[in-house]
Ligand binder design. Structure first.
Ligand code: HGY
Ligand code: MN
Ligand code: MN
Length: 416
């Protein structure tokens, strides 16, 4: 390992300008972004990112899931590359930094090494993973999951959005379905910078989160069937109200999560009732439960109690209910060597730092299965994310990318 000197720093103004430029693509309605995966806006963002990569002298490769790999050669052409990146797709009411900071921060590393004419031994590959968010096509981290061998690519192609459009067709439509076999690349290591999306770092006035673990996640889609009928003329005892069944199960989800405080969390962010008419008792309800915990036994307990309690609720109400696991991954422990490279970088650069467990899922959680992986986190204002008001400071952004730069350069080695 080569230790870069503490005065090796990025161009923070250039990074901030690039983030602002990308934020113009797929604007939201309240200052954030709506650049959902495989939409025309996603395609526009990819085109801008690809142009920046070419301008930085990088060679672009695209795999069968549309993931973008932009390579800067190293002096040792046989050495496995160091990969660094995140995702450019956003939530429908997403912020400007979730994922984007990690991709454009990785590009800023290249721009900085170019400015200083520093050659690394290992190649460096800047990466934009397709469909990290999983909001249009469940599950989250879909492309990195196929890359890591967790999902089958044909299964992923068949995932549909709320309008019934297939992932594979939409990838073809926007022209970003690559020829490369997904998962055929080998990595020496993978690093991802991401905003914390929680309140800890800001509350503790800490610059850097050294991510040692990622909590596990379980997405369970619940389908309740009752009977559509008139909201006015149907006597209460005769109703089979799927919407009411959903409401009772939402309360059960909250109770289950609280019963495992302080670490477990649970919520329902997606819910549809049918026919969704003001004067029709819903005959059907479909919603997704999102359970998370750093402890795999706790996740299993929450899943079991959801099903047992949900069946009991629906039986009492004359409703039928089905549960389908539509996403999930076990708690993750990141690579000790890569985590040390992140911690050494923060120390060398004089940034305050602390170990942290990632509350959100990230592509790094899957890539950790196929390569030594670690993450860097920076604070975000009020810990707010998946909200258009998501905000970070230029200083936090630069600190995060400086640490990422040092961890990547230390791991890639400097050619003499
Ligand atoms: O759901 C997650 O944790 C990530 O933001 N996709
Ligand atoms: Mn993200
Ligand atoms: Mn996100």
């Amino acid at each position: 390992m080569t230790t870069p000197s503490a005065n090796l720093k990025i161009n923070g103004a250039r990074l901030w300008d690039s983030i602002a430029e990308m934020a113009k693509i797929g604007p939201g309605v309240a200052g954030g972004n709506n650049r959902q995966t495989l939409t025309d806006e996603d395609a526009e963002g990819r085109t801008l990112f690809a142009a920046w990569c070419r301008h930085a002298g990088l060679t672009l490769g695209i795999d069968g899931m549309g993931t973008m790999f932009a390579t800067r050669p190293g002096s040792d052409t046989d050495a496995l590359p160091v990969y660094v990146g995140s995702h450019l797709d956003t939530q429908p009411t997403g912020g400007k930094y979730d994922g984007v900071l990690g991709v454009l921060g990785a590009l800023e590393i290249i721009r900085t090494l170019n400015d200083l004419d520093i050659r690394t031994k290992r190649p460096i590959v800047v990466t934009n993973w397709t469909n990290e968010e999983g909001t249009r096509f469940a599950p989250a981290m879909l492309a990195s999951g196929v890359f890591a061998g967790v999902h089958d690519q044909e299964w992923a192609y068949g995932r549909t959005d709320p309008e019934g459009r297939r992932f594979g067709d939409e990838l073809q439509r926007i022209g970003w379905r690559g020829d490369e076999e997904t998962g055929s690349r080998s990595m020496h290591a993978f690093f991802e910078l991401h905003i914390e999306q929680g309140p800890i770092l800001e509350a503790e006035d800490t610059d850097i989160g050294v991510v040692t673990h990622g909590q596990g996640l379980s997405w369970i889609q619940v389908t309740i069937d009752g009977k559509d009928s008139h909201t006015g003329s149907t006597p209460m005892p005769m109703r089979r109200n799927a919407g009411l069944g959903m409401a009772k199960i939402l309360l059960l989800v909250d109770d289950i999560a609280w019963s495992h405080k302080p670490d477990a969390v649970g919520a329902v962010g997606h819910a549809d009732v049918y026919p969704n008419s003001r004067n029709v008792i819903p005959g059907k309800a479909v919603f997704t439960v999102d359970f998370r915990s750093p402890n795999i036994e706790v996740i299993a307990d929450m899943e079991r109690r959801l099903q047992d309690g949900g069946r009991e609720i629906c039986e009492q109400m004359g409703l039928s209910v089905e549960f389908e696991k539509v996403g999930g991954f076990d708690p993750v422990e990141f690579d000790a060597g890569c985590v040390s490279a992140v911690r050494n970088a923060a120390e060398r650069l004089g940034y305050s730092h602390r170990n942290i467990v990632s509350g959100a899922g990230h592509d790094a959680c899957w890539i950790n299965k196929v390569a030594p992986t670690a993450m860097v986190m920076c604070p975000c204002v009020d810990g707010l994310s998946h909200n258009e008001a998501e905000e970070i400071s230029p200083e936090w952004a630069s600190a995060g990318v400086n640490v990422l730069l040092h961890a990547v350069v230390e791991t890639a080695g400097i050619a003499v």
